[in-house]
Design a protein around this ligand. Sequence first.
Ligand SMILES: [Zn+2]
Length: 314
Amino acid sequence: MSTSPAALRAAVNVDVDGLYLYDRVHGHQGGAGNSAEFDAKSHDARVWTLGVPRFLDLFARVGAKATFFVVAQDLASAEVRAVLADVVAAGHEVGNHSLTHPYNLSRLSGEQLREELHKARAILQDATGQAVAGFRAPGYVLSADLIHAVIDAGHTYDSSRFPSPAYQGAKALIIQLYRLRGRPSGSIAEAPAVWLGPRTPYRWTLPSGQNIVELPIGTLPGLRLPLIATSVIAGGEALRLATRPLLLNADWLNFECHAIDLLDHTGDQLPARFLAQPDQRVPLQAKWPVMLRTLEDLTATHDVATLAAWAEHV
Ligand SMILES: [Zn+2]
């Protein structure tokens, strides 16, 4: 990481959301997303056992240190703990993505909220032997209570703001469509005020006087199109080339991925219901080169460091 103030800054991160969470988002009550059926010890951990190792390979190729946001309850599984050890050994950062990833975390309060933040951070620190500095909210939705709980639990930065009208508008629309179809989604839409918030890192001072560093998720300057793996994969090579000039000059890019992004729907034999995600229709063979070229561009033009490292310079 260069200390030159003029350098373009970038970070790469992976939300390791288990397959059970996609069932919750898409309202599949019969899937393992139904929390009554969910067992942290024996859940389908293929995002960990197949997705995360592919990301480690990708990051090794471009020489990038990344941040993995982890749902702490997943560590009840021994095979998940083994993969997490590989993440730490490769020098990547581990961030807190809550204890159980409730999509309504922003509506919780008191002890429930405290447990989601404090307990998760303690579990992650135990497992990694490192201080956990950062938090990302499930579904990127914050509330005043939540951001205070994030600070109280000892985090020094948050990376949940996603100031993209294109992304937030589409999300609000999809939630509404699911509701009309009688299959309520677990997701919550974010307030429009957030859509046009700052798109570069800043120190966020709350009315209480407490403050925390905010590292917003990646949007391209101008129209604020989301630059995350989901959009890169769905848009393919054509979109990558069209947006490349913006990427190469963006002053801040926080490139967010999900571990499912490097699963292969057919080859990894995922259940058909996961095709509800448009990016899941793209085979790994097609996704891999687009992801690799995007990261090659990013590492060639930007200083790429972990979010924890950037947080120290805000
Ligand atoms: Zn998530």
